[in-house]
Ligand binder design. Structure first.
Ligand code: PLP
Length: 387
């Protein structure tokens, strides 16, 4: 057609933009409808074919760009994105369990995983059993013929125990179970999950990859194609996807992630060592320090630490004391999550959530942000003054 009406031209312009634009910045491609060249191509499309695009839910070039970068940095087959870290955790279980199956999670697991275990998984008649994060090869005693997934979170994001991933993976694989790891602590930067035996690596991209406390997103990366297909299938069935604008923000955060991690690593270690010298502190739980349970495993398996760690106060300091400490801080915000720009502090009631938690004094978990180190140390000194 040569003559088009103005309203048609707004949708199908006759002047097109020149091709060949290149920039260091990834593009942000948005879509519900993806256009096909012809009906034949439409008819033969498949949501599993990642060399083509089919619909907004199955991804745009922006989606594929982030998937590829994550899969490449982790050394996995491919990645599926989810609208939050917790959604990614759920999809590390859902494709692999049926009613009557059994899965294992560590007792120090990120708390919402216990809610998932007692909620949806229970409703599906999947039995979830907890194991001691320091059990190592001893986990074999808890693995059953119907154990489908062994979930590992290392270090635990509050009490910081470091698990022996290779030993757990060997026992799980011997029984035919998959090993899935919550790799959020080091963003996979300091832990090679697949080389150490994991089949599935989950990230809360919300944390270090996005890095700026402004979005939530998660990812599942698999070691092999067959596992990826099962995750992708479940994601397609239930329409799991992320907005390209959010994905762009993660793509924007990624190049600076190693620098941000190195900065928080250095500051967190300095502050952890300083905290260990404070009279009110009984114990510092930082995987790079010898008092942390599983420190030897950390030395063997990790190439660095990041900005989240905890410390335990002496027995006389209860939850109210911890609250006084935290509320006296100026730069440490009170709130969930970590790996973003600002420092955070929280206390947890471990007597309630853990069996056999050995410490009477309160635990305080810190996330070290990007503020100046001496300002943070002075701020923590204000906390001790308020105790
Ligand atoms: C934050 C977090 C998650 C969940 O990520 P969201 O994007 O906040 O849902 C899962 N696991 C760990 C260890 C986390 O710290």
């Amino acid at each position: 057609m040569t003559k088009k009406s103005p309203n048609t031209l707004l949708i199908h312009p006759s002047r097109t933009v020149p091709p060949g634009f290149r920039s260091l910045v990834p593009g942000t491609e948005r879509a519900s409808t993806v256009l096909f060249e012809n009906t034949g191509k439409w008819k033969t499309r498949s949501g599993f074919d990642e060399s083509i695009y089919t619909y907004g839910t199955s991804g745009t070039p922006t989606t594929r760009d982030l998937q590829n970068r994550i899969a490449e940095w982790e050394g996995g087959f491919n990645t599926v994105l989810f609208p939050s870290g917790l959604a990614a955790v759920a999809y590390a279980f859902l494709p692999f369990v049926e009613p009557g199956d059994h899965v294992l999670i560590p007792s120090n697991v990120y708390d919402p995983v216990k809610t998932l275990a007692n909620g949806l998984l229970k409703r599906m008649n999947v039995t979830v059993e907890q194991y001691d994060p320091l059990v190592g090869a001893g986990i074999a005693a808890q693995i059953k013929p119907n154990t489908k997934v062994v979930w590992v979170e290392t270090p635990g994001s509050i009490t910081m125990e470091v698990s022996d991933l290779p030993a757990i993976a060997a026992a799980a694989h011997a029984a035919g179970a998959l090993v899935a790891i919550d790799n959020t602590y080091s963003a996979g930067w300091y832990l090679r999950a697949f080389e150490l035996g994991a089949d599935i690596s989950v990230h809360a991209l919300t944390k270090y990859p996005a890095g700026h406390s402004d979005l939530v997103m998660g990812s599942i990366t698999t070691k092999d194609e067959a596992t990826w297909r099962r995750v992708k299938d479940m994601a397609l069935q239930t329409g799991q996807c992320c907005a390209p604008d959010d994905i762009y923000l993660v793509l924007r955060g990624l190049p600076t992630m190693p620098l941000r991690i190195q900065h928080t690593e250095r500051v967190a270690l300095d502050l952890a060592r300083w905290l260990a010298t404070q009279p009110a502190v009984k114990l510092v739980l930082h995987p790079a320090l010898p008092d942390c349970p599983g420190h030897e495993v950390w030395n063997r398996d990790f190439t660095g630490s990041t900005g989240v760690f905890s410390f335990v106060l002496h027995d006389q300091y209860d939850a109210d004391a911890a609250a006084r400490f935290i509320d006296a801080l100026e730069f440490f915000g009170v709130g969930a999550s970590w790996g973003g720009i600002g420092s955070l502090a929280l206390t947890y009631d471990l007597a309630k959530s853990r069996t056999n938690w050995p410490h009477k004094g309160a635990l305080i978990r810190l996330n070290i942000g990007l503020e100046d180190e001496s300002d943070l140390r002075d701020d923590l000194a204000q906390g001790f003054a308020a105790l």
